[in-house]
Design a protein around this ligand. Sequence first.
Ligand code: SF4
Ligand code: SF4
Length: 167
Amino acid sequence: MAGRGRHLDAPRLRPDSPVAPAGGPPEGRSWFGELEAIYRELDLGLARLGARCLACGECCTFPPGSPVLYASWPERAYLAGVPRADSTGPRPTGACPWLDTSTMLCTARERRTIGCRAHYCARALPSEETRSAARDLAERALARVKELVRRWGLEWDYAPVLARLSQ
Ligand code: SF4
Ligand code: SF4
């Protein structure tokens, strides 16, 4: 999931803005609903792979040198609608702001990104074949988000989630 996507020629919005650009969503509709449908289908596909995640939260901490979580702007904007869990107390370096470090559970599970959903370590999904299938599902979901971005005139901006939060 690493790498930067190209930027569409669309108005720039704050990464944490939950709204579409002016003139974007037709009356009574929201691209949020479309993103949720993409997530639901992705989750269904992933469930069929039979992963057994221990919910240890290790893959939700990104110390220097570790893999970086990337997501498109719509994914980040949707995630940012959930209050962060990092307002109090010391936290491990690189802990995702939505990780509850007392339980090591995600506090934004319904709104987590494609990368969050499709990443499984070798303990959760032991076969490389199924981990590869999970990556394929993630790529397909991301392609659908790209299509959503094009239709709604949103910003693509595929970027590191944590780095963008600190900007
Ligand atoms: S995928 Fe692996 S590292 Fe991540 S929470 Fe599940 S068991 Fe832990
Ligand atoms: S949003 Fe949730 S699942 Fe994704 S890295 Fe943060 S704590 Fe983990």
